[in-house]
Design a protein around this ligand. Structure first.
Ligand SMILES: Nc1ncnc2c1ncn2[C@@H]1O[C@H](COP(=O)(O)OP(=O)(O)OP(=O)(O)O)[C@@H](O)[C@H]1O
Length: 360
């Protein structure tokens, strides 16, 4: 599953973890290559934190076939002996120490002498643009600055893998977006392997080389950000990735990579089949993003009859509810785009934008 051009830094095969009766991880395998930004994405309770704790050694799994970091078997090693560091959402900084002392701390416990540790710590602080605040107390910093200190403290020890547990979760929207870019740039410049967990699809898509989507302790889908965004393979993945329209239909034939589907009312259309093994007659779902639907001209192929049932102004865009031959659909019209009229009679989309997968 790793990008085959990269040397594997993290290899996890078939991990199971139970807390009493709760199965938090059910036969999960994943890997990350050197310098890769891997994101584990999933809603609350999907098993992300447990996965990170198993990797870091804070949790000993119920069973695991392979657990390697940098090629070394770490399955039976305590957390302190694993070549990885975790950055937590709540920063976990020492309030009584200055910024630079916090960053130097990890080097000091590794027995580096004080002068070298402080020099390395200042260098790490420069990487996160905090050199000027090195001598402040932690309590004199903003939330974003505290998170930068936590990052500097983690990277200064140069672990093989940096594990990040929703590190931007406590920050406000604007700062979170800026920090996403900073984090991504820091990761690229260090060439360090990052394993990042989040419940935000936007965050996952912005920063990652590869995304692993989890639900109920299992991996639902994994791939590049674009694969997940444009090619969901299940209703769960489509809903999680923000598809507004998911319609029931039946697959009636194939035409190369395209599938031809029929909706319950008899209307037909085409789309891209994202899973193997679907055949004519199978119950499927057709997923469509609201912004990829557009009014169609008279006579356009695959166009569906439509009638506007509602219109909601949402500032940057307008959501238009439609009754169509395929069922109820939502169309999103961004300001300045072509759809301003309530008078929509037919709609359509590019075959490439309609995604077909098995109905559950
Ligand atoms: N210490 C524990 N004891 C019992 N059950 C636990 C414990 N920790 C987690 N769980 C359960 O294991 C499952 C996975 O939890 P986990 O914290 O890994 O999910 P998560 O995806 O990280 O969620 P969140 O985003 O809310 O942190 C959940 O059902 C959770 O309730």
């Amino acid at each position: 599953m790793t990008d085959s051009s990269r040397e594997p830094m993290l290899e996890v095969e078939d991990v199971v973890h139970r807390y009493g009766m709760v199965t938090a991880l059910s036969h999960v395998s994943l890997s990350a290559g050197r310098g890769e930004f891997l994101t584990i994405l999933g809603s609350s309770g999907s098993g992300k934190t447990t996965m990170l704790r198993v990797i870091s050694g804070l949790e000993m799994p119920t069973s695991v076939k392979v657990l390697r970091i940098g090629g070394a078997d770490v399955a039976n090693l305590p957390a302190a002996k694993r070549n990885c560091t975790t950055v937590f959402q709540n920063y976990a900084l020492f309030p009584h120490m200055s910024v630079v002392e916090n960053v130097a701390y990890g080097l000091r416990i590794r027995k580096m002498n004080a002068a070298d540790a402080l020099r390395e710590a200042r260098r790490a602080l420069a990487m996160v643009q905090l050199e000027a605040k090195a001598d402040r107390r932690i309590s004199q910093l903003s939330g974003g600055e505290k998170q930068r200190v936590a990052l500097a403290r983690a990277v200064v020890t140069q672990p093989a893998i940096l594990l990040l547990d929703e590190p931007l979760g406590a920050l406000d929207e604007k700062l979170r977006q800026d920090m996403q870019i900073e984090l991504m740039e820091l990761q690229r410049s260090l060439g360090m392997t990052f394993v990042y967990i989040t419940h935000s699809q936007e965050e996952a898509l912005t920063m990652s080389d590869r995304v692993v989507l989890m639900s109920h302790g299992r991996i639902v889908q994994s791939g590049g950000p674009l694969d997940l965004f444009d090619r969901p393979e299940s209703r769960f993945a489509a809903e999680f990735m923000g598809y507004e329209n998911i319609l029931p239909a039946r697959l009636i034939g194939r035409e190369g990579t395209a599938g031809i589907v029929e909706f319950p009312g008899g209307a037909r259309t085409r789309g891209v089949v994202t899973v193997e093994g679907l055949k004519a007659g199978d119950a499927v779902c057709v997923a469509l993003r609201a912004e990829r639907i557009a009014p169609a001209t008279e006579g356009a192929t695959d166009a569906l009859k439509a009638e506007v049932t509602n219109r909601v102004y949402r500032g940057k865009y307008i959501d238009i509810a439609l009754a169509t031959d395929a069922g109820p659909l939502r169309l999103r019209s961004w300001h300045g785009s072509h759809v301003e009229s309530e008078d929509i009679r037919r709609i359509g989309w590019n075959t490439n934008d309609a995604v077909i997968f098995a109905a559950e």
